[in-house]
Design a protein around this ligand. Structure first.
Ligand SMILES: CC(C)(COP(=O)(O)OP(=O)(O)OC[C@H]1O[C@@H](n2cnc3c(N)ncnc32)[C@H](O)[C@@H]1OP(=O)(O)O)[C@@H](O)C(=O)NCCC(=O)NCCS
Length: 164
């Protein structure tokens, strides 16, 4: 018997696929959203800086960058990057799609694809939704500290995580 469409949960429709240049305009809009920027506690990039950053990401073989799709529609991105000798995960969901379990599902899918451990993550301590996503996926808090401002991030209290 075919499962009725109405009984399919949103997280079941989430998939990951490689990111391509055609995704960049939509991703820029997601990342430029003021509420999202405030939640993540980042300094937004200009369109030119965003494109330059992502063109570098797409060419970097050490980065695993995935588009998050919901029923084939692009709704965010998730990555594993190698930085300062550690592997970090990070993600971003379009604000119109928050609160439906998409980040939790996307991180679950990435953790199936990326099997190396440990994996690390950082979130502003005010970003309770991201902290919840990480904890639901098994990451544990290893510390909290004041992170001074950088070009990319305003100063903030930061929580650090590891998945061993
Ligand atoms: C953080 C973010 C990725 C969450 O995405 P999402 O798809 O809405 O997340 P999910 O729906 O999978 O899960 C969110 C969880 O946080 C919880 N949550 C949401 N807002 C919360 C709040 N203010 N306080 C506590 N928990 C909160 C939800 O209840 C949910 O937990 P539950 O499933 O146990 O109920 C998304 O809001 C986002 O992209 N924000 C901007 C960019 C960003 O912050 N990226 C992460 C940088 S570290």
């Amino acid at each position: 018997m075919t499962e009725s469409r109405a009984s399919i949960r949103v997280p079941d429709l989430v998939r990951l696929r490689p990111i391509g240049e055609p995704d960049l305009p939509a991703l820029f809009e997601f990342h430029a959203d003021a509420e999202s920027v405030a939640m993540a506690v980042v300094n937004p990039r200009s369109r030119e800086a965003f494109d330059a950053h992502w063109q570098g990401v797409l060419k970097d073989p050490t980065i695993i960058a995935r588009a998050i799709t919901l029923d084939a529609t692009l709704v965010g991105n998730i990555s594993r990057v190698h930085r300062d000798g550690r592997d970090y995960v990070g993600y971003w969901i379009a604000r119109s799609h928050w609160g439906q379990g998409i980040a939790t599902r996307a991180l679950t899918l990435l953790l199936r694809e990326v099997t190396t451990r440990p994996l690390h993550a950082k979130a502003a301590s005010s970003n309770l939704a991201s902290i919840r996503v990480l904890q639901r996926c098994g990451f544990v808090i290893t510390g909290q500290h004041f992170a001074p401002a950088t070009d990319r991030f305003p100063a903030c209290e930061e929580t650090v995580f590891v998945l061993a």
